[in-house]
Design a protein around this ligand. Structure first.
Ligand SMILES: [Zn+2]
Ligand SMILES: [Zn+2]
Ligand SMILES: [Zn+2]
Ligand SMILES: [Zn+2]
Length: 268
């Protein structure tokens, strides 16, 4: 339905055919309420975003860690000074590189140490190995973070080191933490109570009480223990010299190979 004999303008819009013109708009802030045209003035700012049109501005963002949840803009750690925000990122961000960047900016050095300890405890192995064909593989085994040892060396607090010795996921990491510890109570605690035999055996090496060490070897030998393809029971039974304990193992060990080994060691 075309208006052959002239439009009937009502502001910017023809009330007969719906055609619009770029004049006499009915501005409601930045937007014409009749035709929807937008202009770059009188925005209704809600933080970084106009609540009427789609325009955004580079101020008053609503940051959620490194990203504004309103407009999607990203920022770098270097731009953040708020210590509470940095602490939160240092503790909780999924990417360890981001965490490390945040720790560097923490003013509270005690807090920084605690975050370093947490990062080290959660060090994991990452395999970047691909099949090259003809039964050959290439790539390497690495760590995340790969400089975990350097980070561990920044930690001097004994309580944090105890935590790493007890809780670190990787044996390489807790063994390194143990080297830095000088605390019999911790070694006894780990040797007696750790869930995994490998960690227990790592701690036994540091026990000054050799009778207690024998008790631990006996206990580890009897249980069902495996660390990768290392048979921990056999390692433990080979460390046993106490006859009574060897007898105990020869009768009560879970693994028949261990029972036999204990029996043969008794007749040595
Ligand atoms: Zn018209
Ligand atoms: Zn209009
Ligand atoms: Zn607007
Ligand atoms: Zn924003």
């Amino acid at each position: 339905m075309a208006c052959f004999f002239g439009h009937k303008w009502n502001g910017c819009k023809c009330s007969k055919c719906g055609k619009t013109r770029d004049e006499k708009h009915e501005w409601n802030g930045c937007k014409c309420s009749k035709c929807g045209k937008e202009r770059d003035e009188q925005h209704d700012w809600n933080g970084c975003k106009c609540s009427r049109c789609s325009k955004t501005r580079n101020e008053q963002h609503d940051w959620k860690e490194l990203k504004c949840w309103k407009c999607g803009k990203k920022r770098s750690i270097q731009e953040i000074t708020d210590q509470a925000v940095l602490t939160n990122i240092a503790y909780n961000n999924k990417d360890y590189k981001t965490r490390l960047a945040a720790v560097e900016k923490l003013i509270d050095k005690g807090l920084a140490q605690a975050v370093y300890a947490n990062i080290v405890e959660n060090t994991k192995e990452v395999n970047d190995i691909s099949y090259a064909g003809n039964d050959e593989y290439y790539g390497s085994v690495g760590y995340e973070p790969n400089n975990w040892e350097e980070i561990l060396n920044k930690i001097s607090d004994q309580i944090l080191l105890v935590g790493i010795a007890k809780n670190a996921k990787l044996s390489k990491v807790y063994e390194t933490a143990m080297k830095k510890l000088n605390d019999q109570a911790t070694f006894i605690d780990i040797a007696l109570n750790a869930n995994d035999g490998y960690r227990r055996l790592a701690a036994v090496d540091y026990l000054t009480d050799k009778n207690l060490a024998q008790d631990v070897y006996c206990d580890v030998a009897k249980k069902q223990n495996q660390h990768g393809n290392i048979n921990l029971n056999l390692i433990a039974v080979n460390e046993l010299t106490n006859k009574t304990l060897l007898e105990d193992v020869s009768q009560n060990a879970y693994d028949w190979e261990v029972r036999e080994k204990a029996t043969s060691r008794l007749s040595e």
